[in-house]
Design a protein around this ligand. Structure first.
Ligand SMILES: O=C(O)CCC(=O)C(=O)O
Length: 264
């Protein structure tokens, strides 16, 4: 399975429509891949808090419909990064969406751990309450978003549902790049999954985003890592590696917490 992680900047002074066109042009050039991944809230810009309400859309709105068209045009799965979703009750969410090559939505995930440190996300957005795994042509896919990387129990929950690969869009600041590098590898190796993490780059307001999008295999090996500028990061992964590594080194079978056996 060939994947491309599209690491882009979302400067707050760039018109959103222009950015959607620019990213659409980049995606249109990716005709030889099975999966394309975009960063967290790349269209509005994660730090455009004052525009969240104005820019949020229902999942059947124009942005997702454009993105579904991109997937059809290149004939690949497309992880839309995340979008600002207005749900039917009017609440807003940071929602990741996976689309198949026919443009059908396979899975959506509302970010569970909304971020409140030097961020208004947790004030403006409602937290998700569900994390599912989709059985797809590219494997058993789970999704989490950015800050979720700090919460290992969410990944265990995905593994318990059969996840083989976890896709993580992010807008992770450069100030905590070392944490990003640590968590992306750790979540992959402790759960014996492929982890594909697509970060944003560039400045949004005062905050520099880290880039360093990364693909890690279930043994914790970094298969590909981007730098700190805009770039498309290519990788090739074989889902059979998950089964092989879990068979060869079956640590997940030795978990005890689930049955409370070792912790009373
Ligand atoms: O956890 C972090 O350090 C960064 C999290 C973040 O920026 C986010 O969730 O958008």
């Amino acid at each position: 399975m060939k994947a491309a992680l599209v690491q882009v900047a979302s400067p707050l002074d760039e018109p959103v429509e222009g950015r959607i066109e620019r990213v659409g042009d980049l995606v249109a050039g990716l005709t030889d891949v099975d999966l394309v991944v975009l960063p967290e809230l790349w269209a509005p810009g994660y730090f455009a808090f004052d525009r969240y309400d104005e820019l949020a859309q229902h999942l059947d709105g124009p942005l997702l419909s454009t993105i579904r068209g991109w997937a059809r045009a290149i004939g690949a799965h497309l992880h839309a990064g995340s979008v600002l979703e207005r749900d039917p009750t009017g609440r807003l969410h940071n929602t990741a969406v996976l689309v198949d090559p026919t443009g059908e939505v396979l899975l959506d995930y509302r970010k569970i751990h909304v971020f409140g440190y030097q961020s208004l996300e947790s004030k403006l957005l409602s937290a998700g309450q569900r994390a599912d795994v989709a059985d797809t042509a590219i494997g058993q896919v789970g999704m989490t978003t950015c800050y979720d990387l700090r919460f290992p129990e969410l990944y265990r929950h995905l593994v318990d549902q059969g996840a083989e690969l976890v896709i993580v869009p992010a807008a992770w600041p450069a100030a905590r790049l070392e944490h990003w590098k640590l968590f992306t590898r750790t979540r992959a190796v402790e759960n014996q999954v492929f982890l594909l993490a697509c970060n944003a780059v560039g400045k949004q307001g005062d905050v520099e985003l880290a880039g360093h999008s990364v693909v890690v295999d279930p043994w914790g090996r970094v298969l590909a890592e981007a730098g700190s500028g805009e770039e498309v990061l290519y990788t090739e992964i074989d889902r059979a590696t998950v089964t092989e590594i879990r068979h060869e080194f079956p640590v997940l079978q030795d978990r005890r917490l689930r049955n409370q056996a070792a912790f009373g």
